[in-house]
Design a protein. Structure first.
Length: 160
């Protein structure tokens, strides 16, 4: 990996301006929602037809894909790397650990946009949908993240 200065604001703006259907998931999404957690990478779930658009948008930041779009479509995921790491899920449907099938198109239809910096917006799944994506794995930090999201969801439901 080559070291470079990474500007998250420019990164998020490039994605938003690209028109790619891209959902920020993982711990970076929790940070946007106010979770007091840290992480070293970014996780996105993008529409399988938007790989090229997404890659072009972030290429200006020196992020290089480890697989061609065709290979990524077959694998269902790929990584963009330079001084930062971006894990990209491109499956149309992904199972949870309890065999629930989560479809990108369903999450995209319900997504919410959040202003992460003045004039810079990023798409996230709803809290309930983000909880489903946290059940893609069974790591201890996923259980911790699910507890945080459950509290957020309860607070959101109380406000309605």
């Amino acid at each position: 990996m080559q070291e470079s200065e990474f500007d998250q604001r420019t990164f998020f703006r490039a994605i938003a301006d690209s028109g790619a259907r891209a959902l920020l998931i993982g711990r970076r999404a929790l940070i946007v929602l106010g979770a007091p957690v840290g992480t070293f990478d970014y996780d996105f779930w993008i529409h399988v037809d938007d790989i090229e658009r997404f890659n072009v948008a972030v290429a200006t930041l020196g992020l290089i894909p480890n697989h061609t779009p065709g290979d990524a479509r077959q694998r269902g995921r790929y990584v963009l790397e330079n001084s930062e790491r971006v894990d990209v899920l491109v499956a149309r449907v992904h199972p949870t650990i309890d065999s629930q099938r989560i479809a990108f198109d369903d999450l995209w239809a319900r997504h919410k946009r959040y202003e992460v910096s003045a004039g810079v917006w990023i798409a996230l799944p709803t809290i309930a949908d983000l909880m489903a994506t946290k059940r893609f794995g069974a790591r201890p930090k996923d259980a911790e993240d699910l507890r945080f999201l459950a509290r957020l969801l309860a607070r959101e439901n109380d406000d309605e």
